[in-house]
Design a protein around this ligand. Structure first.
Ligand code: AMP
Length: 271
């Protein structure tokens, strides 16, 4: 595995499958790498803790950075390139474009984290520009992020194939996240309730087909610090209409000062 800090001509001449991450690698990241291996391209994992997508400095500072462990994991997986850029390479003076994540970028996760999605799109666009990957993969765990990246890719005519990685969970249902490292055992138990809530809301909504069903439910779980619980049309990422075919329920909560998000997708059976 080559560890690089800058992109060179060899890379630009290769067909790259890119897996952008912020490190503190877990099985969720590894599943994206496994997906990548099916493509027969050179695999590049990037690790860059992107300060501009953090809206709170403490969150950026406390973000886990076990880089030696990450390097070992990626070496064992025979990844071709590990790209660990410096901040001033990604954000070299005047050489990068700031991307506006628009109206959707200010809703849901973006409403609680102003500027977050502008930061995410700006770094992803910059990585795409620097690396020019043939394919890039993003996890469905960060559904709003994935949606916005796909939109950006389309709007800017970037011609990069975007693959969606399924969410990997612990047996408790807790979606794997680098932030789980910051939780106590008790916090992890609470966090596992998020997936239970998603499944219950899905069931309640499927049975009653009423939007307020989930509002009732969120009040049942007030003590776990839910920030938002939303049911949306998966294709448009806006409120469902009669035309909605696939739904997504988003949840965010703050547990032990750690921000966690999760979601579930579904179709209504037999209308
Ligand atoms: P992060 O390092 O948290 O920025 O995540 C890097 C990539 O891994 C993103 O595309 C995430 O959506 C994805 N990811 C994070 N958690 C999971 C998970 N539990 N299962 C699958 N993919 C994930």
């Amino acid at each position: 595995m080559k560890i690089i800090k800058e992109i060179n001509q060899d890379i630009l001449d290769s067909d790259i499958f890119l897996i952008p991450t912020m490190g503190a690698l877990h099985e969720g990241h590894l599943s994206l790498i496994e997906e990548g291996k099916k493509f027969g391209l050179l695999i590049m994992v990037s690790i860059f803790v992107n300060e501009i997508q953090f809206n709170q400095e403490e969150d950026f500072i406390s973000y886990p950075r076990p880089i030696e462990d990450d390097i070992k994991i990626l070496q064992d997986l025979n990844v071709d390139y590990l790209f660990i850029p410096e901040n001033n390479y990604i954000y070299s003076k005047n050489a990068f474009e700031t991307i506006d994540s628009g109206v959707l970028g200010k809703q849901y996760e973006g409403s609680s984290r102003p500027g977050h999605f502008d930061g995410v799109l700006t770094v992803v666009n910059r990585l795409f520009e620097l690396i020019n990957p043939k394919v890039a993969i993003f996890g469905k765990k960060d559904a709003q992020q994935l949606f916005l990246i796909k939109e950006m890719n389309k709007e800017r005519g970037l011609e990069i194939e975007i693959i969606e990685g399924k969410t990997i969970r612990e047996s408790s249902g807790l979606a794997l996240s680098s932030r789980n490292l910051l939780l106590s055992d008790r916090g992890k138990e609470k966090a596992a309730l998020l997936y239970r809530i998603l499944k219950e809301v899905k069931k309640e909504f499927s049975d009653r087909r009423e939007l307020d069903a989930f509002e009732l439910l969120s009040s049942r779980y007030l003590n776990i610090g839910i920030d938002y619980l939303e049911i949306l049309d998966l294709e448009t990422f806006s409120k469902p209409t009669e035309k909605t075919d696939k739904y997504i329920i988003l949840v965010a909560a703050i547990i032990e000062d750690v921000r966690l998000i999760d979601n579930i997708e579904f179709k209504l059976e037999d209308e």
